[in-house]
Design a protein around this ligand. Structure first.
Ligand code: BGC
Length: 763
């Protein structure tokens, strides 16, 4: 589709040096490749099979070597010029490795015929291994690589029901694994996945020496995988989720598909490693713990110590590369709060840092600090102090290491003789339909919901007097008029229109906001994320596909995430867009959530830190970042009507925590509410969530926008603190509200003022 590209999509001025374009430029693709390599997690490497020695001949099995899944589907997809698959990646290393081509070509033809038949790529339709190729491949080499791929997307969840197995291997995949391991003495597995899948089948299998999660690594993912297989890059990724032995071991599994109308979060705060490390007997269910990942070299942690200044805890540790190759390691700090009146996990991540690339023999001392009050628990039943964060009395032990299981206690503990209330908050968003929740001893306590007191929030907007001539928005930037006086020029109709999204212009395909010619308010357009900038697929511009968020989280490298944020923001800007609908930081509650690939982790601290780094990078370019989906959108099925039923404590400590960290640390300009309902109230209409918690308690002073085409009522949303309804809203309904006096002009002004403040900040 090349016709009318120029009139339809205004071409943009390049932002690179010497008028070069930055969008999908070489530097960004290289950054994507570096990030993909840095996030790959080496789970197993017996007999040091990896990296392959020079001259190794490989037989590569599995259709995902060709049909490489670069990322997930839906709004998180990115249109690129090319994707390097694993076979292509290996072929670029032909001076080092040799690949048995006939086998790979067999998969290539299989994939091509799938595409011709219109089958959805990446789904569970592995090709059977033909016996003649199996024996020929074995004649060629004794070393095999098996590639297992998984695909998922927005608006649908995965299953694991014996016919459609996302978590477990399918029958054809298991047959492939058996055929390969029966014939080849040296076998490595690559997992091209966007979320946790079963790892027990290779962990316990002596015939499989090595396993590497290559994730969905963006457009250069195949090259990045080859960099690791040849040892040009030493793996340093660490799991951002727990690998459990079976799907049923995850506490969310039993109820995940129970109903389309609701999800009960009965595991409460015990999500991910908080569950496996705490609940009696559950440690044995773990194959690879949270934070885990091997390297081609070895590291020793020494001189670990900690101290406190009464406000913060400082942990120091020295990491030495004791092996023979340069590599990076991650120091992860966990605390264990005292057992007391409130049930608590046994380990909670509270800090981390990655080393620089350490040469063999080289050491680095890392100092990681965190506020003492971050160790407090939210008391939602008033055991100690209702709706407050409380540090219970007792001993808080500190651990440091390279995964949650192996982290060692340091020779310092923080002690409290009396409980301390660190923050008094409010009983917001309480559940009415939660009947039980899990405790640290593995039993469930009966949960008696009490209706939260109705909270009232005042709108204190005071309208300024109208100026005697028309001013344009630029006049504010130039100091000729203040924003409040500018606002007074807006008619009621204009206010209503500004509180709604505007149609796409240029290369955008997700619409935008603003757009009032009369007063020079520009139309500022959005683009989707998070794995790159998603614009109109027919506009003739391709953008860089970065690795998925889960892979980025597995880098544990905040500088890298910030750099990607900045690179993506430049692509947004170069294409005349202003708002990047990223990062996404819902929690990996279940391996089956269709959008896990867009999210970082099962852990809110890691998610929040990653999101904050992304926001800092993006906003350094005066492009607005949009952390989403606020909150509890941890399942896709019926996402616009599904009620996430959970305790206030789980809400605060798990599902809101990442957003809280991101808001307080990086001050995003915009937050996107989620489609779902939270304890009976739609997220976008949830005054307690948006005005109470987000603005009132956390001090967020930016703009809140809805998710696209949600089921919320525009007027209710606006009154709750959701300023703009996307992508087009219902301005006519707002007008009716004004006429019937259910909505005040002041209320509209509050939201539109936030919009204009955001636009004035953009560049
Ligand atoms: C998704 C958002 C996305 C928006 C715009 C929605 O369906 O949930 O994440 O940003 O569409 O494409």
């Amino acid at each position: 589709m090349n016709k009318w590209i120029r009139p339809n999509f205004t071409p943009c001025l390049p932002l690179g040096d010497n008028q070069s374009r930055i969008t999908e430029c070489c530097r960004h693709r290289q950054l994507s490749r570096t990030a993909a390599g840095e996030g790959m997690v080496l789970l197993k490497n017996d007999h040091c099979l990896l990296p392959f020695k020079k001259g190794t001949k490989l037989a590569v099995f599995g259709k995902s070597q060709i049909d490489y899944v670069k990322g997930g589907g839906g709004s998180g997809d990115v249109t690129v010029s090319y994707v390097r698959n694993i076979y292509q990646g290996l072929k670029t290393k032909s001076e080092y490795l040799e690949v048995f081509d006939p086998l790979s070509l067999y998969y290539q033809e299989y994939v091509e015929s799938q595409y011709e038949n219109g089958e959805i790529p990446g789904l569970l339709n592995e090709a059977a291994v033909p016996s003649h190729l199996l024996s020929k491949a074995r004649e060629f080499t004794d070393t095999a690589v098996i590639v297992i791929g998984r695909y998922s997307g927005e608006n649908w969840d995965r299953k694991n029901d014996g016919t459609d197995d996302y978590f477990d291997l399918s029958k054809t995949e298991s047959d492939m694994v058996k055929a390969v391991t029966d014939h080849f003495p040296r076998v490595a597995v690559l997992l091209n996945v966007g979320a946790m899948i079963n790892t027990a089948w290779f962990a316990d299998n002596d015939k499989i020496s090595s396993a590497l999660i290559v994730w969905q690594g963006g457009q250069e993912g195949g090259l990045a995988a080859a960099d690791i297989l040849t040892g040009e890059v030493n793996p340093s990724g660490k799991l951002a989720d727990t690998c459990a032995k079976s799907f049923d071991d995850y506490p969310s599994s039993a109820g995940f598909h129970e109903s389309e109308a609701y999800v009960k979060y009965t595991e409460d705060i015990f999500v991910g490693y908080r569950y496996f490390e705490t609940i009696p007997g559950k440690k044995d269910c773990v194959v690879y713990p949270f934070g885990y990942g091997l390297s081609y070299t070895s590291f020793v942690f020494s001189h670990a110590s900690a101290c406190s200044d009464g406000k913060n805890i400082f942990v120091t540790v020295t990491i030495t590369n004791t092996g023979s190759q340069a590599g990076k390691e991650v120091a992860q700090v966990y605390y264990c709060p005292p057992r007391g009146q409130l049930t608590k996990p046994l380990k909670i991540l509270c800090g981390f840092e990655k080393t620089k690339l350490l040469a063999p023999g080289e050491s680095e001392e890392l100092c990681i600090s965190f506020p003492i009050q971050d160790m407090a628990s939210f008391d939602d039943t008033g055991v100690i102090a209702l709706s407050s964060y409380v540090l219970e009395k007792g001993t808080y032990n500190i651990y440091v290491g390279n995964n949650v299981r192996d982290a060692k206690q340091v020779n310092y503990s923080f002690r409290l003789e009396e409980p301390v209330i660190t923050e008094r908050l409010h009983p917001y968003c309480s559940p009415q339909k939660l009947d039980q929740r899990l405790k640290e001893d593995g039993t469930y306590e009966t949960f008696h919901s009490t209706p939260a007191p109705k909270a009232s929030f005042v709108c204190d907007y005071k309208e300024a007097s109208k100026p005697d001539r028309d001013y344009h928005l630029i006049d504010i930037a130039e100091g000729k008029i203040d924003l409040d006086s500018f606002m007074a020029q807006l008619t009621d109709e204009e206010l209503c229109r500004l509180a709604a999204g505007q149609p796409s212009r240029g290369v955008a395909n997700t619409g935008g906001m603003g757009a009032l010619d009369r007063l020079g308010i520009p139309a500022v357009m959005t683009a989707d994320g998070p794995a790159g900038v998603r614009i109109h697929k027919d506009c003739g511009v391709n953008t860089t596909a970065f690795p998925i968020a889960t892979a980025l989280a597995a880098t544990w490298n905040l500088n890298l995430i910030e750099e990607i944020g900045q690179a993506g923001a430049l692509e947004v800007k170069e294409n005349n867009l202003s708002i990047w609908l990223t990062p996404a930081l819902n929690i990996h509650r279940s391996p089956l959530c269709g959008r896990n690939f867009e999210y970082y982790s099962e852990d809110p601290f890691l998610s929040g830190k990653m999101a904050a780094a992304a926001v800092k990078g993006i906003q350094s370019q005066n492009i607005a970042a949009v952390p989403k989906h606020f909150a509890c959108n941890n399942k896709e099925t019926n996402r616009k009507e599904s009620d996430s039923i959970l305790s206030e404590r789980a809400l605060r400590e798990i599902y809101l925590k990442g957003f809280e960290i991101c808001v307080k640390e990086a001050k995003p300009k915009i937050i996107m509410t989620s489609y779902n309902i939270i304890n009976g109230v739609r997220a976008s209409e949830n005054t307690q969530l948006l005005t109470g918690i987000l603005r009132g308690e956390w001090g967020f002073d930016g703009l809140v926008i809805s998710d696209w085409n949600n089921h919320g009522d525009h007027e209710q949303e606006l009154k709750a603190g959701n300023d703009i309804k996307m992508p087009i809203g219902s301005p006519e309904k707002l007008m009716e509200g004004l006429k019937s006096k259910t909505l005040s002009r002041e209320q509209l002004c509050v939201s539109v003022k936030r919009l204009l403040e955001m636009i004035l900040w953009l560049e």
